[in-house]
Write a protein that binds this ligand. Structure first.
Ligand code: NAP
Length: 244
């Protein structure tokens, strides 16, 4: 299936590493003009070195005001990927308020905020558009030591549905991808212990973790016109984990 984003403007958050970086590069290869947002300047430098057409924006998405200031001049966006997220492993009884606030700020509140800015522009222009939120299997599966992360991704799935409901009439589609483990920086944090990894893999009918490319391909599909009647779904990219 050929997907072209020639003439489209895309914005990807968390584009410095992992799934977000691969998504930004894939979008650029498909012809989109890409704005890459993350908080580590060195990652943006290497990204622009790899793909000079990418426009870098360095901001900490946990900061509402700084995000607004950083993104106010990015111009019209047709395709938005809300990918940035963070996690911290804490047993439920040890969850701290600072981590609760940080994770909800980045994983949920920043998605709401950036989507308001981008979708507001789409609505005003009457251009329509497509938004993909990067959620997780953790939105629907309890994972030990992932209390707040699971809660943020559950919230993100419902945010996706309400956005789909309210933005659909403006021809703005909103969907999420919900991957299983991918061995990025974040993946290593939770799953580098071989015993834990094996237990998780044994629950995945396909018997393996996802690769970044597995997730990127689904994001590109949901952004593209090939999915023009899909709105409000949470698409598992999990080898069947959520099916059982
Ligand atoms: P990653 O390798 O840790 O990359 C996350 C990116 O987001 C990094 O560039 C990071 O920048 C950026 N970011 C984090 N907090 C930020 C903030 N406050 N402001 C701006 N940028 C920020 O993670 P990943 O595995 O690619 O995860 C991407 C998405 O997939 C996330 O939504 C995650 O929840 C989801 N997901 C991941 C897995 C997995 O197993 N990896 C599974 C399911 C879903 P810094 O490095 O500078 O902090």
């Amino acid at each position: 299936m050929e997907i072209s984003f020639t003439g489209k403007q895309a914005l990807v958050t968390g584009a410095g590493k992992g799934i977000g970086r691969s998504t930004a590069l894939a979008l650029a290869r498909c012809g989109a003009r890409v704005t890459a947002v993350t908080r580590t300047q060195a990652d943006l430098n290497s990204l622009v070195q790899e793909c000079p057409a990418i426009v870098p924006v360095c901001v900490d998405l946990a900061d509402w005001a700084a995000t607004e200031a950083a993104l106010k001049d990015v111009g019209p966006i047709d395709l938005l990927v809300n990918n940035a997220a963070c996690t911290k492993l804490q047993p439920f009884l040890e969850v701290t308020p600072d981590q609760f606030d940080l994770l909800f700020n980045v994983n949920v509140k920043a998605v709401l905020h950036i989507s308001q800015m981008v979708a507001g522009g789409m609505k005003a222009r009457g251009s329509g558009g497509s938004i993909v939120n990067v959620s997780s299997q953790a939105s629907q599966r309890a994972l030990r030591d992932h209390t707040v992360y699971c809660a943020t991704k559950g919230a993100l799935d419902m945010l996706t549905k309400v956005m789909a409901l309210e933005l659909g009439p403006h021809q703005i589609r909103v969907n999420s991808v919900n991957p299983t483990v991918v061995m990025t920086k974040m993946g290593h944090l939770g799953w580098s212990d071989p015993e834990k990894a094996q237990t998780m893999k044994s629950r995945i009918p396909l018997g393996r973790f996802a690769e970044e490319e597995d997730v990127v391909n689904c994001i590109l599909f949901l952004l593209s016109e090939k999915s023009s009647m899909i709105n409000g779904v949470a698409l598992p990219v999990d080898g069947g984990h959520l099916a059982c």
